[in-house]
Ligand binder design. Structure first.
Ligand SMILES: [Zn+2]
Length: 327
């Protein structure tokens, strides 16, 4: 049976693996993404990463027939080019991702496919992870940003212009401060991502009176909140405002996340819902208010929809990308 390479090309690092037809990742390597050097430099480095893995596979008697890529940015899955990308990867927009890699690797263009990395992640979870066996699944990831993907009958719904899945960019009633909509990284305002992402949660902590000295980042907010929970609110820490601000920020961010996903469930009625991203790793402090708000939002016939944590960890996007080119 033929094997393929799955690539997860993100804003800070690029991971790739040799993937068996079963979805097992046999060998993998990670390099930093050259996110200041432009598209051609990234293609050179990614092609070298892939070629190295193809060589290692050959040494083990394994032949590789294709390359699937999950990449940051809006990816035109028909031409394999990067339609749009944020400054997280300078010069990525406009890069001919699939043509550039297939030429460097001397592979036919038909053996290389690419989608956005969140779609690859969701496809991996749908194939072998938390939504395995479901004919439809909605995955939403809450981390540095908010993104999602609806996978139907084994394929992510990409949209006519490949922009589908931008679930961080619709209105949230929580994304306001003193009646003014919060600015969003997309240039709009009042969006889900402006209140429910990790950085947005930290901004909320500061707005609620939290001190930057007590919590340097989102992780610090969770540390403050869990310390306060452990004390059960009974002890005077001498800086009671900071834990209170941390707990409020987590509650509003989680409520915004849950309400947004609940609304999407009402629209799409997926068999299984998968929640992913760094905020899930924060544990029950975030998950419980998120799931409470989600279930509050659901229409009655949807009350039993399973809402589960992503299961594949960092390999999800590699496995999902590989699925694009596995026969
Ligand atoms: Zn937005």
């Amino acid at each position: 049976m033929t094997h393929v390479i799955g690539v997860d090309l993100g804003g800070t690092k690029t991971a790739a693996g040799v993937v068996a037809p079963s979805g097992e990742v046999l060998m993998s390597e990670t390099i930093p993404t050259l996110n200041r050097d432009g598209g051609e430099a990234i293609l050179d480095a990614t092609a070298a990463l892939i070629a190295g893995l193809v060589g290692r596979a050959a040494d083990a008697g394994i032949s590789v027939s294709g390359v699937g890529i999950g990449s940051a940015g809006v990816i035109d899955a028909a031409t394999g080019s990067v339609v749009a990308a944020t400054d997280a990867i300078l010069g990525w927009a406009g890069t001919e991702l699939v043509p550039g890699l297939s030429a460097r690797l001397s592979l036919p263009a038909s053996a290389v496919r690419a989608v956005n990395d969140v779609h690859a992640h969701a496809l991996g979870e749908a194939w072998l992870g938390a939504a395995k066996g479901s004919s439809s699944s909605l995955m939403v990831a809450f981390g540095t940003g908010v993104g999602g993907s609806f996978v139907l009958d084994g394929a992510p719904v990409l949209g006519h212009r490949f922009v589908g899945g931008h679930v961080g960019h619709f209105a949230s009633p929580h994304a306001y401060s003193d009646g003014v909509p919060l600015p969003c990284v997309c240039g709009g305002s009042g969006h889900v991502e402006a209140i429910a992402s990790g950085p947005a949660l930290y901004e909320a902590y500061l707005r609620f009176g939290g001190s930057a000295r007590e919590a340097l980042d989102t992780r610090g907010v969770f540390a403050l909140a869990s310390a306060a929970e452990a004390l059960d609110g009974g002890a005077d820490t001498g800086s009671a405002d900071n834990p209170a601000a941390a707990l409020c920020a987590i509650d509003v961010g989680a409520a915004a996340a849950g309400q947004a996903v609940g609304g999407l469930i009402n629209i799409l009625d997926p068999e299984t819902v998968v929640i992913s991203g760094g905020l899930v790793d924060a544990g029950d402090l975030w998950w419980k208010p998120m799931e409470f708000a989600l279930r509050q939002e659901l229409l009655l016939p949807l009350a039993s929809v399973p809402v589960v944590r992503a299961a594949l960890g960092n390999s999800a996007a590699i496995v999902g990308a590989a699925k694009l080119v596995l026969k």
